[in-house]
Design a protein around this ligand. Structure first.
Ligand code: DGL
Length: 291
């Protein structure tokens, strides 16, 4: 069994029968999404790409996030992915629409790029009773107003008030594996206090950044139990399963040998160590350059 996985994981990505689903994030956060994909779609092939060298994206300008995300999408297409999931809210907020509308038709109209904001927005109606929603996200996601805009359109008319809180320190804490440090508690408590003070009626919070589920035990300490916390992993994964059922032509393009390859733009050893902890299984990584 061990030999089987080692063999598959070292397959050459230029092999044309290897057509994995690409999962992209600025760093480790997208692993919280990939983990659910691996549960729900165990037979499929995946490539995970973390741009750890340039993370965090959260405070970068629209132009820079768009440029970096486009580089990653192009690379994943070159590696054979017919479908790429931007497992990053910042990239979904700032780059997805331009890539879908402008770049994809020029690069390869037969390929697809999907994001993570819409699935969370479509699901929140199931959890809220009073329509008061809190969003925790990066500066970029919050400033883009993607959540309030999408909640207004796709939450089934159930959302009456959306309150956002940007948490600029949280991603660097995760990227530097400081999850259990006392400093993390300080910043998590502070941002949650701000959010709940801005709207004390909030009954559901969306973790609008894929890094944040890695901080969930700390977040839960400061969020009252009656408030529902929506993590994106499960909802994004079930929407992907539905998408593949609705689009058999895309499903046919995705190869299915149950393999996963991991790439990082930073130091491979550090990536392997942290990613293995975050995803809960030993992984082997490879270095990649984005330009
Ligand atoms: N995980 C990302 C997100 O969902 C990235 C955040 C960052 O790089 O700042 O927004």
């Amino acid at each position: 069994m061990a030999f089987f996985f080692t063999f598959i994981e070292t397959q050459n990505s230029m092999d044309t029968s290897f057509q994995p689903i690409g999962v992209f994030d600025s760093g480790y956060g997208g692993l919280t999404i990939l983990k659910e994909f691996l549960n729900d779609l165990p037979g499929y092939d995946f490539i995970y790409l973390g741009d750890n060298a340039r993370a965090p994206y959260g405070s970068r300008s629209f132009e820079v996030v768009y440029e970096y995300t486009l580089q990653a999408v192009k690379k994943l297409f070159e590696m054979g992915c017919p479908l790429v999931i931007l497992a990053c809210n910042t990239a979904s907020a700032k780059a997805l629409r331009s890539i879908q509308q402008h770049d994809l038709p020029l690069m390869d109209p037969s390929k697809r790029v999907l994001g993570v904001i819409r699935p969370a927005v479509e699901s929140i109606g199931e959890y809220t009773s009073n329509g008061h929603i809190g969003i925790l996200g990066t500066v970029g996601t919050v400033l883009s107003d993607s959540y309030p805009i999408e909640l207004g359109k796709f939450a089934g008319g159930k959302v009456v008030q959306t309150t956002q809180e940007a948490c600029p320190i949280w991603v660097p804490l995760v990227e530097n594996n400081e999850i259990d440090s006392p400093g993390t508690e300080y910043f998590v408590a502070k941002n949650i206090r701000n959010l709940l003070a801005a709207d004390p009626e909030i009954d559901s919070i969306i973790l609008g950044c894929t890094h944040y589920p890695l901080l969930l035990p700390v977040i839960r300490k400061f969020v009252p139990e009656n408030i529902h916390i929506l993590e994106q992993g499960k909802v994004v994964s079930s929407k992907l399963v539905e998408y593949l059922v609705r689009h058999p032509e895309m499903d046919d393009k995705c190869s299915k040998s149950g393999s996963v390859k991991y790439y990082t733009t930073e130091n491979v050893e550090t990536f392997e160590k942290n990613a293995s902890t975050f995803i809960g299984r030993e992984i082997k990584g490879e270095k990649i350059v984005l330009k």
